[in-house]
Write a protein that binds this ligand. Structure first.
Ligand code: IMP
Ligand code: MG
Length: 180
């Protein structure tokens, strides 16, 4: 582990949890599973939840061998106040219409499940043909109203960074996932 990369933000990584190679293999396998789950006529829309999913989404869509469109959304679990209200606000809405499309929401990590539990009903209102979640990591500390159809790894209940995941905006660019 490179010292300079691993000590950003005044915090140190204690260990590597998933290497770049392990992530790469798993993401390729997830792409293959998704490719088998849909047909070429399914009008697939892959929606990345920013910012955490940006690297995962980039690798995942390149492993899906079907025609698809990519869009993004930004959800904030914080209202105008600085305390978590448990409400989800859409700060950026996908440009694409979800109606009658096969939609996959791509999330970096499921922790308390609050984000997904509140986001999914909002998106269901837009009447997609189908709506599925693909999460790279799932801490399994909670059950979602809609469980992800695809999960990369059942993650330890630790604070993980890298491969898109941040601690106060640092560490997102690490090619591997580590624990603080
Ligand atoms: P939830 O709403 O508690 O499921 O949390 C989901 C969001 O919290 C994720 O999309 C992440 O942005 C963030 N998060 C939760 N756990 C971690 C972690 O271990 N490392 C970095 N971000 C996390
Ligand atoms: Mg975050």
């Amino acid at each position: 582990m490179s010292g300079s990369l691993a000590q950003l933000g005044g915090r140190e990584l204690t260990r590597t949890v998933y290497t770049a190679e392990e992530i790469g293999e798993r993401v390729k396998a997830m792409g293959a599973e998704i490719s088998e789950s849909y047909g070429a006529g399914d009008d697939l829309l892959v929606v990345g939840l920013l910012k955490g999913s940006f690297i995962f989404l980039a690798d995942l869509v390149r492993a899906i061998e079907l025609p698809l469109h990519v869009d993004f959304l930004v959800a904030s679990s914080y209202g105008p106040a600085t305390v978590s209200s448990g409400n989800v606000q859409l700060l950026y809405d996908p440009e694409a219409s979800l109606e009658e499309r096969s939609v996959i929401i791509v999330e970096d990590i499921v922790d308390s499940g609050n984000t997904m539990n509140r986001l999914i009903p909002l998106l269901e209102e837009r009447r997609p043909r189908s709506l599925e979640i693909c999460a790279l990591l799932h801490k399994r500390v909670t059950q979602l109203a809609l469980e992800p159809r695809w999960v990369g790894f059942d993650a330890p209940n630790e604070f993980l960074v890298g491969y898109g995941l941040d601690f106060s905006e640092s560490f997102r660019h690490l090619p591997y996932i580590g624990s603080l």
